[in-house]
Write a protein that binds this ligand. Structure first.
Ligand code: 13P
Length: 229
């Protein structure tokens, strides 16, 4: 079981350091925090496993605003998120760029959490299986690849996928690619258990609730308890 906290564009170095120092990770569950680039070093200094939120597909070059896998590895970062729906929506990320980022990062030695998930209108039109197929089939096969199913209509909206919807999507993803699949989208202490007990839910990618130490700890403790049982 893996619980990853995606902090998005929240917490600068001092806030990240304070959070990571105060956070006590429960035993028996893998925990990752994903701070903004500017706070990676501080988060890592506390001994937690740290992933970036994005990584470029070239080692270096004229790519203003981007950071390479080698640069993250030099810092000691263990992995990166790629293809988050916010990157796809606001920064023109596509299935192709997501796959390129994932492949390069994995080849360089990072772990990767590759995000997929349908829009609300795609779900309403019954296109979820086709969308997931398109997004997942381009991802590289690799032992350090983890997929995160994040239905876009459930991100930051308070609308969580029902456990049945999550299980169905995760099951489908696993028929396309054999990798652990995290669920993301309004995961909170109150709904973590019903999602995490689903057969094909291997953990969670937590946004808003990972910013607060009590709610993130509660979700991690639920995952640890379920892993032990
Ligand atoms: P929320 O948990 O805030 O809905 O965000 C989910 C997410 O985007 C994690 O990557």
């Amino acid at each position: 079981m893996l619980i990853a906290g995606n902090w998005k564009m929240y917490k600068g170095p001092s806030e990240a350091l304070a959070f990571c120092r105060a956070f006590v990770p429960p035993e028996g569950v893998e925990i990752v925090v994903c701070p903004p680039f500017s706070a990676l070093r501080e988060a890592m200094a506390t001994g937690l496993t740290v992933f970036a939120q994005n990584v470029h597909w070239e080692r270096e070059g004229a790519f203003t605003g981007e950071v390479s896998a080698e640069m993250l590895l030099e810092l000691g970062v263990a992995g990166s998120i790629v293809g988050h729906s916010e990157r796809r929506r606001y920064f023109g990320e596509t299935d192709e760029t997501t796959a390129r980022r994932a492949k390069r990062a994995l080849d360089a030695g990072l772990a990767v959490v590759a995000c997929v998930g349908e829009l609300e209108e795609e779900r309403e039109r019954g296109e979820t299986p086709a969308v997931l197929h398109r997004q997942v089939s381009v991802l590289p096969r690799h032992e350090r690849l983890v997929v995160a199913y994040e239905p876009v209509w459930a991100i930051g909206t308070g609308k969580t996928a029902t456990p049945e919807i999550a299980q169905q999507a995760h099951g489908l993803i696993k028929t396309i690619l054999d990798a652990p699949v995290l669920y993301g989208g309004s995961v909170k202490p109150e709904n973590a258990e019903e999602l995490l007990v689903q057969r094909d839910v291997d953990g969670a990618l937590v946004g808003g609730a990972s910013l607060d130490i009590d709610s993130f700890t509660a979700i991690c403790e639920t995952a640890a308890r379920l892993s032990r049982s």
